[in-house]
Design a binder for this molecule. Structure first.
Ligand SMILES: NC(=O)c1ccc[n+]([C@@H]2O[C@H](COP(=O)([O-])OP(=O)(O)OC[C@H]3O[C@@H](n4cnc5c(N)ncnc54)[C@H](OP(=O)(O)O)[C@@H]3O)[C@@H](O)[C@H]2O)c1
Length: 302
């Protein structure tokens, strides 16, 4: 069932335990939210589609764009997460529709629903992505590689193809692909994910050139380690042969990863929103085919 928001001010906001813990320090989150709210990017009325809007980084995008007065369409597979988002989000006329982006029929249906509800599109954010299996080269099978291709690359290709006609009708058309620092700095773990993110960054540059004549700007954003539900797999793995409380293990992982970041903390989903809001705005009208790293200094690329 779709969630078509008609304003839920006053409704209780549902935060699950994982999300609360992902926030880390509430003051830090409030600072991130305040920072974004202070930017006047003139995004009111912009029609924005965000894949993977149910959790983590995509959810933060949905909330921030809605705060700016944008009309948001979002998808994820979990209806529950979309319902919870619809209760948290500001404004009216949004669409949250459960969709498995690896299934072509569902992608087509989502496209039709978006066009029916929003009546067009200005910004497509291909955010949904997943490591799927935490393992090294000898742990991942052909099927794991195929599954990674489907969600991390093909979903962005299909949505771009489907929405290009709508984007051509927009005065401020954008495609923003959420890649990863793993695209350019792969480690030995999850090579099936790293390679697909590299392909997504590469595809961004090809598509930017294809669509330049239509003034559709195509860019990618590459986050470093951001604490979201996606890190739960790491917690589960570390908890498997340990007597420690999983919450303690979670905090240990956060601290340990944070120590490896020059800015000494893992990112918050809200840390990624600023650049995406900017890329969607008129201020970014001469930027295409670029990648923006947001990683607290992990890659320190000149
Ligand atoms: N967190 C990080 O450290 C980090 C670092 C670099 C890059 N990134 C990238 O940033 C993006 C967001 O990551 P995140 O950490 O926010 O992930 P997340 O918390 O796991 O959220 C991913 C979202 O994508 C949805 N999704 C997953 N598979 C889907 C499918 N087949 N069809 C439709 N929706 C699907 C999930 O919802 P359902 O499960 O309900 O479908 C969820 O809403 C991803 O592309 C990720 O690769 C993240």
């Amino acid at each position: 069932m779709a969630v078509n928001t008609q304003g839920n001010e006053g409704d209780e906001v549902i935060f699950d335990i994982m999300r609360e813990s992902s926030i880390g320090h509430l003051s830090n989150l409030q600072a991130a939210k305040k920072r974004n709210c202070n930017m006047d990017l003139n995004l009111k009325g912009r029609k924005v589609l965000i894949t993977g809007a149910g959790d983590g980084i995509g959810r933060a995008f949905a909330i921030e764009f809605a705060k700016m007065g944008a009309q948001v369409a979002g998808c994820a597979r979990s209806q529950d997460r979309l319902t919870s988002l619809s209760k948290e989000i500001e404004g009216n006329g949004h669409l949250f529709y459960p969709t498995d982006l690896t299934k072509l029929e569902e992608v087509q249906t989502f496209h039709d629903k978006v066009m029916e509800t929003l009546g067009g599109l200005d910004v497509l954010i291909n955010n949904a992505g997943s490591i799927l299996k935490l393992g090294g080269f000898f742990d991942v099978t052909d099927q794991d590689w195929q599954d990674s291709f489907n969600i991390n690359l093909l979903s962005a290709v299909r949505l771009s193809r489907l929405f290009i006609p709508a984007l051509k009708q927009s005065n401020t058309p954008r495609i923003i692909n959420i890649s990863s620092i793993a695209a350019s700095r792969p480690g030995d773990m999850f090579p099936h994910y790293n390679a697909m993110k590299a392909a997504l960054s590469n595809f961004t540059v090809s598509l930017a050139q294809t669509l330049a004549a239509d003034k559709i700007l195509v860019n990618s954003v590459s986050p470093g380690p951001v604490w979201t539900r996606s890190w739960q797999q790491e917690v589960d793995l570390a908890s498997k042969d340990s007597d420690k409380n999983p919450n303690d293990i979670k905090e240990e992982i956060k601290t340990q990863i944070g120590q490896g970041v020059p800015l000494k903390r893992m990112g918050l989903p809200e840390d990624i929103s600023g650049i995406v809001l900017f890329l969607a705005s008129d201020n970014a009208s001469w930027i295409t085919g670029s990648n923006f790293t947001v990683d607290g200094g992990v890659t320190l690329s000149p």
